[in-house]
Write a protein that binds this ligand. Structure first.
Ligand SMILES: [Zn+2]
Length: 291
């Protein structure tokens, strides 16, 4: 169905009583949702609605649904990750030119993407310092959209920022003395984390879930891992592990799991879920890089 037709259907459905609260901020995916929940905590009447269900993972190939467009039509503001993560953004801008869009990664120096499909790597939220910048950008956008809640938003921002700054320090301290620095990952999610906390992504493979490794890529990767002295291999809970297992089988390198925090509980979400995930990642890395 053409976008215009979808939009017409959405607008027609709006003749029905609205399902959303009168004040709604829509987020594009899970990390932004977590940040926005913290910023709007305890603010009566201000709802946050997340588009991509938590099982989606990264948004790389995400297509907007009719329900998504309906939610955006009813929202006062759309909070996005930016950096190219929301590949559908131009459609939203075209369909809803009045809707304010807040780009959380504004001001963050983007790293190039290794995939070549997009110019930049959009996984900025995995550096807790970047998370602080994102929370600041989101807070500004929310205050502009909901000036009546400026004071409460400001208080929540201050509280959340102090927790995130603490997290950033804990990650930095926790990784400053690990004897190994090389990691091999199977999704392009951790370069910002590595840059912030002094690790080196020695190889990134199978950038997104649909990408399979060719036999040639696999044998090149095995050579690389062997030449690096079998650095730990990191898979992610949202992605297949076959390539990692093949490399581990051929080289003896060990497999660990890092969570890019793109999925999580759908209801009763702990407000510190992002912090919990990042601290678990810290423990995994300390263990994997200790010798
Ligand atoms: Zn991704």
């Amino acid at each position: 169905m053409k976008l215009r037709k979808i939009l017409a259907a959405v607008l027609a459905s709006l003749m029905l009583p609205a399902l959303c609260a009168a004040e709604t901020a829509v987020t594009s995916f899970y990390p932004i949702y977590l940040f926005a929940l913290n910023l709007t905590e305890g603010i009566e009447g201000l709802e946050v609605y997340n588009l991509a269900p938590p099982g989606t993972g990264c948004l790389h190939d995400y297509q907007l649904t009719t329900g998504d467009l309906k939610a955006l039509t009813e929202a006062q503001v759309f909070l996005i990750n930016g950096g190219g993560m929301e590949s559908y953004l131009a459609h939203v801008e075209e369909a809803l030119p009045q809707l304010p869009i807040v780009d959380a990664s504004q001001g963050i120096a983007l790293l190039p993407s290794a995939s070549g499909e997009t110019p930049f790597n959009a996984h900025v939220w995995l550096d807790a310092g970047n998370a602080c910048v994102m929370v600041n950008n989101l807070a500004e956008g929310l205050k502009e959209a909901f000036p009546q809640h400026a004071e409460a938003l400001e208080a929540n921002r201050a509280d959340y920022l102090s927790r995130l700054e603490q997290l950033d320090e804990t990650l930095r301290d926790g990784l400053k003395d690990v004897p190994r620095r090389d990691i091999v990952t199977f999704h392009e999610a951790f370069p910002y984390f590595a840059e912030a906390y002094g690790l080196r992504v020695a190889a990134v493979v199978a950038l997104e879930p649909d990408d399979a490794l060719s036999p040639r890529q696999l044998s090149d990767l095995i050579d690389t891992v062997t030449a690096l002295g079998n650095p730990p291999l990191f898979t992610e809970p949202q992605y297949q592990t076959m390539a990692a297992e093949a490399v581990a089988g051929a080289t003896g390198a060990k497999i660990y799991e890092l969570d890019p925090c793109v999925t999580g509980p759908e209801t009763e979400i702990p407000r510190d879920y992002y912090e919990q995930v990042m601290l678990r990642n810290l423990q995994v890395l300390q263990n994997a890089l200790k010798e």
